[in-house]
Design a protein around this ligand. Structure first.
Ligand SMILES: Nc1ncnc2c1ncn2[C@@H]1O[C@H](COP(=O)(O)OP(=O)(O)OP(=O)(O)O)[C@@H](O)[C@H]1O
Length: 252
């Protein structure tokens, strides 16, 4: 479980997160939703220690993120941030290979190579693995970054808007793969997602944020209601149902 207790955060003098307490269950796929600027990425970055936690406490499976040695944390969680400014003169296979660094520390073995090839294959990148990052499409680049996170083979996978740039088929494939990791692989995942119906269809648990606070938390049926969503996004929505899961309609 990821336990967040009393976490507040400022950027400069601007308060961004306000005394957040929330839990993300292990062995489940958690979706973080909410409007632009709600603080979703900031919270994810604090969990992944891309930023130091200024106030409060974050524990991942009992490990205090603030005190856990980097080598240990890198085997516990992988985080894919929203902005990926990695040198473009890097081949896709090399990028995915970075995911294995915490396991081999500079001396990759056959198991690392096999994990890289498996991740490339899983994301349909095997045929273009030798290309440079600036020689592939935005969606292919995004899939390569996700493959790097998968190759890290951690208990927890934290993904910030991983569906960006993905076409319908690849978005569905990613969600199915995440669910497979969680259901069959005993792993846990947290993703920031704007496409609310992906959360509706695939997430086990949803945390809705607004203005640096938790607005609602629970299973999809509890969070994806007209009352919660219209307040969250300040826009009218209606809720239907598809295959026994909520379907959020906001097109009219
Ligand atoms: N480097 C920064 N300097 C100043 N303010 C920042 C910085 N990064 C983020 N913020 C502010 O912090 C708040 C939360 O941003 P954050 O990126 O966590 O939101 P988000 O919910 O992930 O938004 P989005 O859905 O647009 O990605 C926003 O008001 C944003 O403007």
């Amino acid at each position: 479980m990821i336990q967040i207790t009393g976490v507040s955060h400022r950027i400069g003098t601007a308060p961004i997160l306000h005394d957040i307490t929330a839990a993300m269950p292990a062995g489940r796929l958690t979706a973080l939703i909410g409007p632009n600027g709600a603080g979703k990425s900031t919270l994810l970055r604090l969990i992944g220690r891309l930023e130091p936690c200024q106030a409060g406490r974050i524990e991942v499976d009992g490990l205090d993120v603030g005190r856990t040695p980097t080598e240990r944390l890198a085997l516990k969680l992988a985080i894919l941030g929203q902005q990926t400014h990695i040198a473009s003169r890097l081949r896709l296979r090399e990028l995915v290979g970075f995911g294995r660094w915490p396991h081999h520390r500079g001396r990759p073995g056959p198991a690392d190579q096999a994990a890289v090839e498996a991740a490339l294959d899983a994301f349909g990148l095997a045929g273009i693995a030798g290309r440079f990052l600036d020689e592939v499409s935005g969606g292919q680049r995004q899939r390569a970054h996700i493959a790097m996170s998968f190759a890290q083979a951690t208990d927890w996978l934290l993904l910030d808007e991983p569906l960006n740039n993905l076409d319908m088929a690849h978005a569905r494939a990613l969600m199915a793969r995440l669910r497979g990791l969680v259901r069959d692989g005993g792993r846990s995942a947290v993703m920031v997602v704007h496409e609310i119906n992906y959360a509706a269809a695939w997430a086990d648990h949803i945390i809705a944020m607004k203005d640096g606070r938790i607005a609602a938390e629970g299973p999809p049926e509890a969070v994806l209601t007209e009352a919660v969503l219209s307040g969250l996004y300040d826009t009218p929505v209606s809720i239907g149902s598809h295959l026994g899961r909520p379907l959020v309609l906001h097109h009219a």
